[in-house]
Design a protein around this ligand. Structure first.
Ligand code: ZN
Ligand code: ZN
Length: 353
């Protein structure tokens, strides 16, 4: 116990650029009537956690507990919280949003103007790679998990699956379309699953890792898979109008931005989900006359209730992505495997007893 009577917990923390480590912190308390305290039961590691570690998220605050992909059980709620109660199993949304500002009212919750709005958890305020987390605006940030849905089934709802769902939603996919998804990492596969819900005529996934190509072929046999060096000719040979009708760029490498618009047919939609390490060139003279529509990333994570319903109905299953499981106290090993893409890892689950 610490001096004000709260328990102490171990929290995996952003110490400084290049270094995460364990620290001891008091168990979080309610700070605002809209807050909830959630006991984390299952968490994960996201590529964005690695971006923080590598110093490429300037707004990340040294000393914060990292982790923004998690599910848990509500332990305590502030007096203004209406939608969840202590004891509820919940998904935690990566984004904090007030629900009332201009952007929230239009569904653009990523741009919520509250000081805590947007991606705050595990970046600017303490996150979930620990035992307990304080969630601001709990009515917006938490969604009840249906009884028939397990923690593992719900684990990615608040972040990587929300991203795939949002990307498929804004891409305006129609049934006659050929859809190209660049990248079959965790976000690419979540995007693929949500594109599949739109039932386009044909889906092509471009991926360079042989392990991930095998994963896609094994789990989604109706999807065509191609390696980057053959992607353009493959797409051209399989589309009637000089390219894919919709391209979703989820790879984020130095070559894939160009590949995305080169593989798109005239008047196509190109949705950029990827977070690049460096600026990309938009060579407008080269694409003049192609009349493309570009949409860019930063998930609006406000569809979690609908995603949970689709999981409950058996229409989305992300459990095959969980290739590794570790208890919280061994999270450093989990980071090592995830960061170095060892042992065929796609996603890790971090279990909290
Ligand atoms: Zn994330
Ligand atoms: Zn807002």
């Amino acid at each position: 116990m610490n001096p004000d009577g709260r328990g102490i917990m171990k929290a995996y923390t952003y110490i400084e650029k290049g270094r995460f480590g364990w620290t001891e912190k008091p168990k979080p308390a309610l700070e605002n009537p809209h807050d909830a305290i959630v006991r984390v039961t299952l968490g994960s590691i996201c590529t964005s956690d690695l971006h923080i570690k590598h110093g490429s998220v300037p707004r990340a605050v040294p000393g914060i507990t990292v982790g923004h992909e998690m599910v848990g059980v509500v332990e305590q709620v502030g007096k203004e919280v209406r939608t969840v109660r202590p004891g509820d199993r919940v998904t935690v949304n990566v984004e904090t949003f007030c629900g009332e500002c201009f952007f929230c009212r239009h569904g653009y919750v990523n741009n919520c103007t509250d000081p805590d709005g947007g991606w705050a958890l595990g970046c600017r305020i303490d996150g979930g790679q620990t035992e307990y987390v304080r969630v601001p605006f709990a009515d917006q940030g938490l969604d009840r998990i249906p009884d028939s849905v397990t923690d593992e089934q719900a684990l990615f709802v608040g972040d990587v699956l929300a991203t795939g769902f949002w990307a498929a939603r804004i891409s305006e996919i129609r049934e006659e379309d050929t859809v190209l998804v660049l990248g079959a990492g965790p976000t690419g596969i979540c995007t693929l699953l949500c594109v599949m819900l739109k039932r386009p005529r044909q889906i092509i996934v471009c991926e360079k890792s042989l392990e991930r190509i095998r994963f896609v072929r094994e789990h989604y046999p109706d999807v065509c898979v191609v390696e980057p060096e053959h992607c353009r000719e493959f797409v051209m040979a399989r589309s009637e109008h000089g390219g894919a009708d919709v391209v979703l760029e989820v790879a984020g490498t130095d070559d894939t931005f160009r590949m995305a618009w080169e593989c798109a047919r005239p008047n196509a939609t190109v949705t950029v989900v990827a977070l690049y390490d460096r600026p990309q060139v938009l060579p407008l003279p080269d694409m003049y006359g192609k009349n493309l529509t570009f949409k860019t990333g930063g998930v609006d994570g406000c569809d979690c209730a609908e995603i949970l319903r689709l999981i409950e109905e058996g229409k989305i299953d992300t459990t095959p992505l969980i290739t590794h499981r570790f208890p919280l106290e061994r999270i450093e090993e989990a980071y090592h495997i995830f960061e170095n893409k060892l042992d065929g890892v796609i996603k890790v689950a971090i279990e909290n007893k």
